[in-house]
Design a protein around this ligand. Structure first.
Ligand SMILES: O=C(COP(=O)(O)O)[C@@H](O)[C@H](O)[C@H](O)[C@H](O)COP(=O)(O)O
Length: 381
């Protein structure tokens, strides 16, 4: 009888009709995941206040990453075998979710795909696949999902293990319109998903449709992997700097009705001829900042239009990716990475973008910016 990934792949990952190359790739993955016992040691010490734009501590130069496979990249980027296994395992789940999203049929109330004997809405299917992947992985202590915001014991160890928070399919309400959607996840060492900050993450990623965008604490840059036809993830881009450019993506615009400062900020973008690029899905809207290497995403709140974005499941992993890409994040007064996540369901307002854009965001909303270096702030065309 098949066990482990090979079995999981055939039972859950591989839809009928998918090529045997996928199957072969998964068998290789099975071998890879069982190469050697983990020899890693992670302390869950807080990195409060330190920048995530870390100096490389690995053997790979950033320029060597291009065109490498996910496995090659991770093996060179970190000595942490447990983390490598986790990122590969999640990559497998993302690949399956990508397929399920592409083949979902959308009715009036939900986008549905078949899974075994069940018919599941595609966001619940993604949720199930991710929990199964983490259970299979064996080194996940707790997992928690935006869909079911309660800690689930995955059976892994506390010492040398990880805990993972994820939004299985951010933007599930725009699947039917064929906009880009994607999984978001953050990885913390040990067994805590509260009493921690975004800065304590050891890795984070998002998976918009056909790409897997990830960053590791001890390796510079945010890295984009493309899903090839044969089912492999191939490195295609690294981002280490987010520069200035007139591109904005404005969420929760309804708050401009009674938040005059947010209204002024949006008017500034319009008056200054910024290009609006907004889908209403935070994954593509933040991903474009990493890929275009410029711009700003805002989701500002007000008592009458309260915070919707969840710190643990979506904001913290995306801010990790943005800071590793050379960008900045703010809740208006501080880096959201420094906010202690007290409850699984904590929510926040947020701005992600280049340094000058975040200075402007903070100044226009609260009158001053902690990042200001005393020079005029102006976005280049
Ligand atoms: O939470 C999100 C999507 O939720 P769901 O569609 O239920 O999976 C985020 O992607 C945000 O909804 C989105 O980025 C945006 O900030 C929401 O603002 P708005 O467009 O003003 O509703």
């Amino acid at each position: 009888m098949e066990t482990g990934v090979a079995c999981y792949a055939r039972a859950a990952f591989l839809p009928s009709g998918i090529s045997s190359q996928h199957s072969t790739a998964l068998v290789s993955l099975h071998r890879f995941l069982h190469l050697s016992a983990p020899r890693y040691s992670l302390k869950s010490s807080s990195l409060f206040g330190e920048s995530l734009r870390a100096v490389p501590r690995s053997s790979i130069k950033i320029s060597e990453a291009k065109n490498s496979s996910l496995e090659e990249f991770l093996t060179k980027a970190t000595p942490d075998k447990g983390l490598i296994r986790l990122m590969i395992c999640m990559g497998e789940a993302l690949r399956t979710i990508s397929f399920k999203v592409r083949t979902a049929s959308c009715g009036v109330t939900a986008c549905v795909n078949s899974f075994g004997d069940e018919q599941l809405a595609v966001d619940m299917l993604a949720n199930k696949l991710l929990f199964e992947a983490l259970q299979y992985y064996h080194f996940c202590k707790f997992a928690c999902s935006e869909e079911v915001p309660e800690l689930q014991d995955m059976g892994g160890p506390v010492e040398n293990g990880f805990s993972v928070a994820f939004d299985p399919l951010d933007g599930s309400s725009i699947v039917d319109t064929n906009f880009s959607v994607g999984t978001i996840f953050g990885v913390w060492p040990g067994d805590k998903l509260t009493g921690i900050t975004g800065r304590d993450q050891v890795a984070a990623a998002m998976g918009p449709r056909t790409t897997y965008v990830l960053a590791l604490k001890d390796f510079p840059g945010t890295h984009e992997f493309l899903l090839l036809d044969e089912g492999k993830w191939q490195h295609v881009k690294e981002t280490t700097d987010i520069g200035e450019g007139k591109l904005f993506s404005a969420g929760n615009l309804r708050a401009t009705f009674d938040n005059p400062d947010y209204d002024k900020l949006i008017s500034y973008y319009v008056r200054e001829n910024y290009t609006l690029r907004y889908t209403g899905g935070m994954v593509p809207d933040v991903n474009q900042i990493i890929i275009k290497e410029k711009g700003i995403f805002t989701n500002v709140t007000w008592p009458s239009s309260k915070a919707k974005l969840r710190l643990l499941f979506e904001v913290a992993p995306l801010e990790f990716l943005i800071e590793k890409a050379g960008g900045y994040i703010s809740d208006g007064t501080q880096s959201v990475l420094d906010k202690v996540i007290t409850n699984l369901d904590d929510r926040t307002q947020v701005g992600y973008g280049s340094k000058d854009e975040i200075i402007r965001f903070e100044k226009m909303l609260y009158g001053s910016s902690r990042l200001e270096a005393g020079v005029p702030v102006g976005a280049a065309a």
